[in-house]
Design a protein around this ligand. Sequence first.
Ligand code: PLP
Length: 424
Amino acid sequence: MTRSSQLFAEALRYLPGGVNSPVRAFRAVGGEPFFAQRAYGARVEDVDGRAYIDYVGSWGPAILGHAPPAVIAAVQETAKAGTSFGIPNPLEVELARHICEAVPSVEKVRMTNSGTESTMTAIRLARGYTRRDKLIKFEGCYHGHVDSLLVKAGSGALTLGQPDSAGIPAALAALTLTLPFNDLDAVRAAFTQHRNEIAAVILQPIPANAGLIPPQPGFLEALRQLCTEHGTLLIFDEVMTGFRLGPGGAQELLGVRPDLTCLGKVIGGGLPVGAVGGSAAIMDFLAPVGPVYQAGTLSGNPLAMAAGLAQLRILKAENIYARLEKLGALLETETRAALKAAGLDYAFYRYGSMFCLFFTPGSVRNLDDAKKADLPRFARFFHALLDAGIYIAPSQFETGFISAAHTEQDIEETARQMREALRG
Ligand SMILES: *Cc1c(COP(=O)(O)O)cnc(C)c1O
């Protein structure tokens, strides 16, 4: 029996499902999760001493790879001066300034402790600012485990077949209108039917929690225009894409400015951080200036701020995004070649260092398309790769991440193992 198996058996006694976040349990692909001992660069190593080339990267934060020396040093140095103050500290100001300078639509920012807190805050702020209650979200978009947003959600919720969680009052869920992604007619109809009632449209500008789904040309621009016309706030959930696709995230890449932006993952350097930002006029609706209450004992935590700052400084100073694009392009070429050689139908999508392979014959424009993927084939592919020392997310409905610590050799080795795996 492996040490991972022993630990999982024990974990099942003390933690629901043996985990603290559902997708980690491997339910979508079968088998048991491995337990991590450590992670460095592009590798994670399990408690049995096996190393894997990692394309999960802690689900997004590890854009420089695991344990980048500058981030670790910043955390160690900062910890010597105390791990939490509950009093303003200089690092909060520095990280906030860095974010405001990089993200086109953000003038002020409020730090939180997770992506979930950032989307929760964004929708409360939008409701307070517009004095309206209803929200539009899109099927398959995941915005954390916020009550109002866990309606037809992606990621773990979708993986487990629970896009609608139990425990959410029907009265609250009724305020969330859920529409198919890339369907402008549906959005127009909702605005007509609920005139002057919609506080916000929230979306991932590039949905990446039902697999990776490209926005159709003009879709985001039209949403921007509709929101402006109707006095509705446009919220981009860039928890995954922020500082991942470039310093200004998807909004800079695609040239559309939201009213509010949710951040997390990369900006925390692997520590628990989230943030919500927007124009000063909207952000000043937050307490203590405005009437919308939001708070956090550990918000702006010095260790988290130091880790995030160290990571963002490296992203800015070194030509990281160009390197990620090069590695991403290589992985794309190799993956397409492997699938062609295997004679399999597939759809492959990639933005820089984010990628997703669907085992499906058609293109993927929305959640319904994504659900047509061959899930048993994905599960076989996942396990064949894992056995060969390659770790991708244990679900078809997730996105892969490349880090700056991956090498061309890592990608070539991955491609070799993919070709093997696709034979099965
Ligand atoms: C991960 C993620 C969240 C939730 O962030 P947590 O830190 O897990 O709460 C929200 N939105 C998107 C787009 C995410 O990828």
